[in-house]
Design a binder for this molecule. Structure first.
Ligand code: XMP
Length: 511
């Protein structure tokens, strides 16, 4: 990264770690997540503008818990510890950290004292807590900067050393003025200049892709979603005509999906895009498979097989491009975070890939950052605002085994939902909206006859970056119309339910 300002975020295993990185980048300062075990000498060489210790699931006093040499606190680099990171600072500096009897979770009223890190904030606000351990006694040289009713040490600092600890999560949107707190740390305490822009990301990505690809040829799997479109455009800028794009019809696509993608990308954007019909190949491999991660692994493996075949048929291809983005990586359990689900393009890849290598230019970005890159690259809105569609498609929206007949039922129901959302003009407010064919059958009555048919679930969420999401408050008349149309127009569905769960605790997709 040809930028001399960097905030190093050291990963101690929290689920929101990359979100911290994102918030810092949004402030115009380049930031990257590094393993907690990064050697001190490496950190000294990087000479970051500031360091942030993330949250994490451990207790600082457990023998196996993730830690870092105390020397890091003596480098004169401003440090901010969040949750576990704050407890780690207290522990390393000989303060006392204890385990509470119950976990503290959710929004809490907080009182801030006068301090640079809370500069321009009101004296009180709401902060988001998620912890069991807490700092009972702060170390010598530190002072308490904020408290809640249940947490005396909600923030503390050694002002001279510019080392700060926050028990709450400023990176989470539910913390009022959380961004302002990070901004104060980065600019007022660490004195960053803030000269990082998406343009820098694009330039450095193009350089990196050229270095990896050399004079080799490149193949890109297109799903029609924004990630693969942006990844393909970046790679196209780097290697030009040496890029071939492939759209795989795995039989798990939405109604008319393939023809729409071909018309937008091949006819509209003039990309070198080939459509491969691999329905039988995927569906036969998925026959009888029920477990979500097994489905993803099979799909990941088959995608690569298809790409290998295409590679042979068009002449040797050296590199494969994937539109993997950060939430795919973090939720697949890379770094220190707990695995949530294997995304098909991360953990789902087979061990042996018959290419020289993978190119994943968006691996460190969140969806909204990907869209910003797309805007910068000049992609049209129709591409950038397409709602996300997971690579495994309907395979993870049919709970249980996948059959042709279930696919066609779901395809029709999903099309009705999408049509009605568009008619109600709600598409831009909702992050993702789709139907799920549950594995439940229930009794109904139609035309005086008993039915025993599928239950369909509707899922619609609002989100900022897919890391957290809320169920969309679709007006009841719209839901009513969707439900009526589905039970009337789709054979074999006699019940429609609406999923009103946020993420967390649920995920967006059902599998
Ligand atoms: P979850 O279900 O984890 O989804 O809340 C977060 C976002 O990721 C999409 N998703 C996937 N995308 N391959 C993909 O390309 C996958 O295996 C996969 N699983 C989930 C999901 O649609 C949502 O946008």
């Amino acid at each position: 990264m040809n930028n001399n300002e960097i905030v190093l975020v050291l990963d101690f295993g929290g689920q929101y770690n990359q979100l911290i990185v994102r918030r810092i980048r949004d402030l115009g300062v380049y930031s990257e997540l590094f393993p907690y075990s990064t050697p001190i000498d490496t950190i000294k060489k990087i000479n970051p503008t500031a360091i942030i210790f993330t949250g994490g699931p451990n207790s600082v006093f457990d023998n196996e818990s993730l830690t870092i040499p105390k020397e890091i606190l003596t480098l004169g680099i401003p440090i901010l510890g969040i949750c576990y990171g704050a407890q780690l600072i207290a522990f390393l500096e000989n303060g006392i950290v204890k385990t509470a009897e119950t976990r503290e979770y959710g929004g809490k009223n907080i009182i801030y004292s006068n301090s640079l890190i809370f500069d321009s904030l009101p004296n009180t606000g709401i902060c988001w807590m998620s912890h069991t351990d807490y700092v009972d006694q702060i170390p010598n040289g530190y002072k308490i900067l904020a408290s809640t009713d249940s947490c005396k040490v909600a923030a503390f600092a050694n002002i001279e050393k510019r080392i700060y600890g926050l028990q709450f999560h400023p990176e989470v949107v539910h913390t009022e003025n959380g961004n302002k707190i990070l901004e104060n740390f980065v600019f007022k305490i660490a004195k960053a200049k803030g000269n990082w822009k998406m343009k820098n990301f694009i330039d450095s990505s193009i350089d990196k892709i050229r270095t990896i690809a050399g004079t080799g040829s490149v193949l890109c799997g297109m799903s029609g979603g924004v990630d693969s479109a942006v990844a393909a455009t970046l790679v196209h800028k780097a290697v030009g005509d040496r890029l071939t794009c492939v759209l795989v019809d795995h039989g798990l696509m939405r109604k008319n999906e393939c023809s729409e993608i071909m018309s937008v990308f091949k006819e509209g954007l003039g990309m070198n895009l080939i459509l491969i019909d691999a329905k039988d190949q995927f569906l036969s491999k998925l026959k009888g498979v029920v477990d979500p991660d097994t489905k993803r692994k099979i799909i990941g493996a088959e995608f690569v097989r298809v790409f290998e075949d295409v590679s042979k048929s068009i002449g040797a291809v050296d590199f494969l491009v994937q539109g993997t983005i950060y939430p795919d990586v973090v939720e697949s359990g890379f770094g220190q975070s707990a695995p949530i689900k294997l995304h098909h393009n991360v953990g789902g890849l087979p061990a042996i890939i018959n290419f020289k290598g993978l190119i994943e230019p968006l691996r460190d970005l969140f969806k909204d950052e990907v869209r910003k890159v797309g805007v910068e690259l000049g992609l049209p809105n129709s591409v950038l605002m397409r709602q996300p569609f997971p690579g495994p498609g309907f395979a993870i929206r049919i709970i249980g085994d996948i059959t042709e007949s279930k696919l066609s039922v779901l395809r029709e129901a999903d099309a009705i939902l999408r049509e009605e959302i568009q008619l109600a003009n709600l598409q831009s407010e909702i992050w993702q909206y789709f139907a799920v064919l549950t594995n439940v059958r229930s009794v109904g009555v139609m035309g005086d006859m008993r039915t025993y048919d599928h239950m369909l679930a509707l899922r619609a969420v609002t989100s900022f970056d897919a890391m957290s999401a809320d169920w969309a408050k679709i007006p009841w008349p719209v839901l009513e119309k969707i439900s009526n149309r589905i039970v009337n127009e789709c054979k074999n569905i006699n019940r429609v339910v609406y999923d009103i769960t946020s993420k967390p605790p649920a995920t967006i997709e059902w599998e």
